[in-house]
Design a protein around this ligand. Structure first.
Ligand SMILES: Nc1ncnc2c1ncn2[C@@H]1O[C@H](COP(=O)(O)OP(=O)(O)O)[C@@H](O)[C@H]1O
Ligand SMILES: [Mg+2]
Length: 374
């Protein structure tokens, strides 16, 4: 039997970890990425050139049997071009929804999923009207291309309206969201197979530092069964609506009034990296299984697990590995401020022990961490 070849749009660390999960299943990988020495390059042939020419895309389409992507900020036209010739999972509908914050918010409303109230912003006057309608503070975001907190303005008072418009107006349409007063940030990752069956990972607690994910804890501490069920209901209703195949992530705010959905990603997610060692079947393996048309694996997590991002500068490999049960994942990237270079997974028998381990590993990291609450 010939081996199934999976083509991945994007060649970053997510593509690299998909391939690392897929090779034991005898699947083969190729990537579409403009930089040839990308993190995934060690795992398969990289197509693509500086201008992302259609010729290079067509050569990439020839290289595989079924396609997926690791990043949603790509032209829908690429996915449509692939879909005209070969299967792509997830499909164009998932991509078009998740890459546009207004489409996302409209989908939440359609499915009765609680989220921040919002207004579409196309002018400074719209911004002024939004402060009247939604109150202050407001979070102003670009509708497309935002990530790691980029393309956002926290509008605290009316005097800042002109400054907010000056900073982001050129990228309109924008979205203004009411500021959600949350206790903590959570995410849930689900994976849906081609036959419509789906699995959900436990809710994960995420802590950010300067807009970038600093660390995640899974399962999130102090989550009751009803809250987990509620998050699963939200994510599976979105998956069904989009007829999504593959991994899908929902970021949520945990508030005194319950869960509020923030945003989605139609892919594996940084807040699910813990699952490589922490769950029976990782988000990467389950995503690859879904794309390949294989049955999904168990998402069960036996022990409290933490994922700590390595950002900007590398720690000493030997020092990290001295810690019992520390797993180091490096992405093959060069050092640059704010860049995700790798992550560390820790498991422990209790949350107290896990917190102690996180604090210990933080000392080995050159990047400052937002340390966990006591
Ligand atoms: N409406 C909001 N209310 C309060 N905080 C918000 C709101 N929207 C975003 N944030 C904060 O900003 C962070 C980044 O925003 P997000 O919408 O997740 O964009 P990104 O695509 O950059 O991750 C969130 O993780 C959260 O901490
Ligand atoms: Mg986010």
């Amino acid at each position: 039997m010939s081996r199934l070849r999976i083509g991945v749009l994007g060649g970053g660390q997510l593509g690299r970890m998909m391939a690392l999960a897929g090779y034991p299943l005898d699947l083969l990988f190729s990537f579409y990425e403009s930089t040839p020495d990308c993190p995934a390059a060690a795992l398969g042939k990289v197509f693509g050139d500086a201008g992302n020419s259609m010729a290079s895309l067509d050569a990439f389409i020839d290289s595989a049997d079924v396609f997926t992507y690791e990043f949603e900020n790509i032209p829908a036209a690429w996915v449509e071009r692939i879909a005209a010739r070969k299967p792509v999972h997830p499909g164009v509908k998932s991509l078009a929804t998740s890459q546009n914050r207004l489409n996302e918010k409209k989908l939440f409303a359609h499915l009765d999923i609680p989220s921040a109230r919002f207004s579409e912003i196309n002018s400074e006057a719209d911004l002024r009207a939004a402060t009247q309608k939604l109150g202050l503070p407001l979070v102003i975001k670009t509708v497309t291309m935002g990530y790691d907190g980029k393309g956002q303005f926290l509008l605290k008072e009316e005097a800042q309206i002109s400054a907010a418009w000056a900073q982001l107006g050129a990228q309109a349409p924008l979205i203004a969201e009411e500021f959600v007063r949350f206790q903590r940030e959570l995410s849930i990752i689900a994976v849906r197979a081609r036959d419509g069956s789906s699995v959900c990972y436990p809710l994960t607690e995420n802590t950010h530092h300067k807009g970038i994910l600093s660390h995640s804890i899974a399962p999130a501490p102090d989550i009751d069964a009803a809250t987990q069920r509620c998050a699963e209901r939200y994510v599976t209703s979105i998956l069904q609506e989009l007829d999504h195949v593959g991994a899908f992530t929902v970021e949520l705010f945990d508030t005194h009034e319950g869960l509020r959905v923030n945003e989605t990603a139609p892919r594996v997610h940084n807040s699910g990296h813990w699952s490589i060692e922490g769950a029976h079947c990782s988000q990467f393996e389950n995503h690859v299984r879904a794309v390949a048309g294989l049955p999904l694996g168990s998402t069960a997590c036996e022990k409290p697990t933490a994922m700590i991002n390595i950002i900007g500068r590398h720690p000493s490999t030997a020092v990290v590995l001295q810690q019992t049960d520390a797993h180091l994942h490096l992405y093959g990237k060069s050092e640059r401020e704010g860049r995700k270079l790798g992550h560390i997974t820790l498991t422990a028998n209790s949350y107290d022990e896990l917190m102690a381990r996180i604090r210990h590993i933080a000392d080995a990291l050159p990047n400052p961490m937002a340390l966990p609450r006591d």
